[in-house]
Design a protein around this ligand. Structure first.
Ligand SMILES: Nc1ncnc2c1ncn2[C@@H]1O[C@H](COP(=O)(O)OP(=O)(O)OP(=O)(O)O)[C@@H](O)[C@H]1O
Length: 787
């Protein structure tokens, strides 16, 4: 369902007439229609009482001295005469109603899609009522109006009274079926639920009054039983249960059926729950998570720049010929004959597919990779021998004039617009110029690496932009970690729409490494909480959970809530892992292993794809990997487990793998001003009161309430205390430096010092306060502790 909704998002042109009016004009026109509808309403009402008096005056309309009795004077009398007398009679009230609805739509700027339908059905209903009331036109001409009377009369001439009646009945059925989804089952259901609620009300009232008279007990049993059987005739196992439920107060002698009854009770509860949910859905509709920001407008396409690309790629025939000849002659030099050669032109590279003559060994061509690259004298040549599943050999040669793949073109593509995915990402275009769209929810986590300046940040922006164009703020939340402090700041503007943060933090975009650790741990708590909810709801993943929640089968009073997807983006992972090591690696590995089912997805980018940054445990849990250009073959292997990323040409040229196949893509280009426009567009709309709040996590560093056992203290505890007190500066890095300890051990000692009351609590980026003034006081404190 959600998918369907996202499909019909107003992305660009599909807005009907509302597109032609500015906001101000809509408000003005809306108010005009509302005022007009009120005037019509009062005119019509008043006309009912004054029409006979006013009729003679209609011919003197131009005479200023003539006065009508209608509340709206001559205007009221004239227009009511037109609509009610000459028109549709009582049914004319539909017009002020329709005008008021249209006016409200325009005034409030609502999506005007359903409006035409309302008018059509309104007019059909008006004619139907007017023709039906035409039967009484002789006695009461105002009921059906002239049109109703004439039409009724006309039909009667041909079909007679009964014919007209049957015709009207048939039209009524059409209206009910089309408009209210009327069906025989629907009617049966309606009566069933009505009966049910009457019965339960009846039972409730019965159980409230203490049973005292035997006679009355028997009577209630008798009346109860047939109702129960009636209600569930289609389910044989239920009636005995209801019988019991109705009887269990009254008939203790049926105790021997105890076990069977218990089993059945469970089924009944479940049924009742479902029925309740169905009733709720019927009364209030499905739960709509988007309702709180119901007027949210998705960013329009024209915020994105076409970047000069007219859409297609220009084919340079000369260049193609030249490259082909060079490939053929190079291979000829090594005595490799070619049976066939074919070129596929992409935005940045052209793929030459070669079918070698029979008997040529593929390994021979593979070994010639460097020689071919040399003779083609071009940067970024990649040889794929053989192309998986094709039996040909591919040589990718960069185009002299690369075409920029604009984000606009990929977002506008059919493939993205129609993508039936949970978290669709339009990455860019493949070598055969097809838009490449993947589902982040299926990846389920992504590792992105590449040397500096090769397009990582643009890639991250492309990912975030794709999601912003497809998802409502209620459906996805981002946690942005930006140790470089400049790359992701633009997203600050959408903090209250799309970002998630820790409850006590001011900034939603995390730039401080300590906060990252807290956030990651908080995400782990969120993950555990979500698993608990999934368990309670008896579903396997977030998608099923949200479907169940939307159909009101999960009670918010039991802690259930709509769960948005959470996407964690870390722009520079190397920096984090270097400073925090295991403290970051452990929660990330945990999240990566477990978070896929509950809608938490990680995207990690790094400039330094070395093995101590992308450790085995991280790599094992990130099947989707993206490599922009890197400087060495080793780096390429670290990211992709294959070489090739070292031969890319940069500027968004990238390799993508989600397992075995490696796909070469040109990443879509989205520039900072475009991102800025998008975030401004979203940021200027009504938002939630705050960013999405993650569960609270009390980090080890904040240390509140940590009570360390004195005997458990680190061997260097005393030395560290002396260093801190002497320097009067409570920082872990000081201990690290002076005592040559690792980050983690120093952190632990600081916690112990805090527990001992030597340093104050964690104060963010500032050093902690030292609570002991000198070495002498420290001695005393430690002595007292021992006692
Ligand atoms: N997909 C693309 N198409 C065209 N040009 C691109 C593309 N991606 C990046 N570029 C060019 O490369 C430049 C650097 O890109 P980007 O800032 O994304 O690199 P980076 O890898 O994030 O660098 P750093 O690691 O230093 O932040 C961009 O300013 C842009 O000119």
């Amino acid at each position: 369902m959600a998918k369907k909704r996202t499909k019909s998002k107003p992305t660009s042109a599909k807005k009907g007439f509302s597109l032609k009016l500015s906001k101000q004009n809509k408000i003005i026109l809306g108010s005009l229609l509302i005022v007009l509808s009120i005037a019509l309403f009062f005119s019509f009402m008043s006309y009912y009482f004054t029409w006979q008096e006013d009729q003679s005056m209609l011919s003197e309309f131009k005479d200023r001295n003539a006065e009508a009795s209608n509340l709206l004077n001559k205007f009221g009398a004239g227009i009511s005469h037109f609509f009610m007398y000459k028109g549709f009679g009582l049914a004319s009230f539909a017009f002020p109603l329709l005008l008021a609805i249209t006016g409200l739509y325009l005034f409030l700027g609502l999506d005007s899609k359903g409006l035409i339908g309302k008018w059509i059905w309104g007019l059909v209903g008006t004619i139907w009522i007017s023709v039906s009331l035409g039967f009484f036109a002789v006695e009461l001409p105002l009921l059906g109006g002239l049109i109703g009377y004439e039409m009724n009369d006309f039909l009667q001439d041909y079909t007679g009274k009964i014919g007209v009646f049957l015709l009207l009945l048939f039209v009524l059925i059409i209206i009910l079926v089309q408009l209210f989804n009327f069906s025989p089952e629907g009617i049966a259901n309606f009566f069933r639920t009505q009966k049910q609620s009457i019965k339960s009300d009846f039972k409730k009232s019965k159980s409230k009054t203490p049973v005292s008279e035997e006679g009355s007990i028997e009577l209630s049993m008798d009346t109860d039983t047939p109702v129960v059987v009636d209600t569930y005739t289609h389910k044989e196992d239920i009636p005995p249960l209801n019988k019991e439920a109705g009887l269990d107060v009254n008939l203790p002698e049926e105790e021997d059926l105890g076990i069977a009854l218990k089993v059945e009770k469970v089924t009944e509860e479940k049924e009742e729950k479902d029925i309740k949910a169905e009733k709720l859905v019927k009364d209030y509709g499905e739960f709509d998570p988007k309702l709180e920001l119901g007027n949210y407008k998705f960013p329009p396409l024209d915020l994105l720049d076409p970047h000069g690309a007219s859409g297609g790629i220009t084919i340079n025939q000369e260049e193609l010929e030249e490259n082909k000849n060079r490939i053929v002659s190079t291979l000829k030099n090594y005595k490799i004959g070619i049976a066939q050669i074919k070129a596929t032109i992409g935005p940045t590279v052209t793929l030459y597919e070669i079918v070698p003559e029979a008997g040529v060994r593929i390994s021979k061509i593979k070994n010639l990779e460097d020689d071919i690259a040399l003779s083609l004298a071009a940067l970024g040549i990649r040889i794929i021998a053989p192309i998986p599943g094709k039996g040909t050999i591919g040589i990718e040669v960069p185009n002299k004039n690369a075409t920029i793949v604009s984000m606009r073109s990929v977002i506008a593509s059919n493939k993205f617009q129609k993508a039936e995915m949970e978290l669709p990402i339009a990455f860019g275009k493949t070598i055969s110029n097809e838009t490449f769209v993947v589902d982040l929810a299926k990846m389920p986590h992504m590792l992105m690496a590449g040397a500096t300046g090769q397009g990582k940040s643009v890639g991250l922006n492309a990912v975030i932009t794709s999601l912003l164009y497809k998802k409502h703020p209620a459906e996805v939340k981002f946690i942005l970690v930006d140790p470089k402090k400049v790359e992701l700041t633009l997203y600050n503007k959408i903090e209250r729409h799309f970002l998630a943060k820790l409850p006590d933090s001011d900034e939603a975009i995390i730039t401080d490494n300590n906060k990252v650790i807290n956030t990651l741990n908080s995400l782990c708590i969120e993950m555990d909480n979500r698993y608990e909810l999934l368990k309670l709801a008896m579903v396997r993943n977030i998608k099923e959970y949200n479907v169940k929640f939307k159909s009101r089968k999960l009670n918010p009073n039991d802690g259930h809530k709509f769960l948005p997807y959470i996407v964690l983006v870390i722009d520079e992972f190397a920096d984090l892992i270097m400073t925090a090591g295991k403290e970051v690696e452990t929660p990330i590995a945990r999240l990566a292993q477990l978070a896929r089912a509950i809608g938490i997805h990680l995207i990690i980018a790094t400039q330094r794809p070395s093995v101590n940054v992308i450790t085995g445990i991280i790599k094992a849990n990130f099947p989707a990997r993206i490599a922009f250009r890197v400087t060495s073959k080793i780096d390429s292997r670290t990211i992709l487990d294959a070489q090739g990323a070292d031969q890319l040409i940069g500027r968004g040229d990238m390799l993508y793998t989600q397992g075995n196949d490696v796909t070469r893509l040109q990443c879509a280009f989205v520039d900072t001003p475009e991102v800025s426009k998008i975030t401004e567009y979203i940021g200027s709309q009504r938002a939630y009161p705050d960013a999405h709040l993650l569960p609270e996590y009390v980090g080890e560093d904040s240390g509140t309430g940590i009570d360390y056992d004195i005997t458990d203290r680190d061997a260097m505890f005393r030395d560290a205390a002396e260093v801190i007190v002497t320097a009067q500066q409570g920082s872990a890095s000081l201990i690290q430096r002076k005592l040559k300890l690792g980050y983690n051990r120093a952190g632990r000692i600081i916690d112990q010092l805090e527990a001992a009351g030597i340093v104050g609590p964690f104060e963010g980026s500032k050093a902690r306060q030292v609570l002991v003034p000198d070495i002498y006081s420290l001695e005393q404190l430690l002595q007292n502790e021992k006692k």
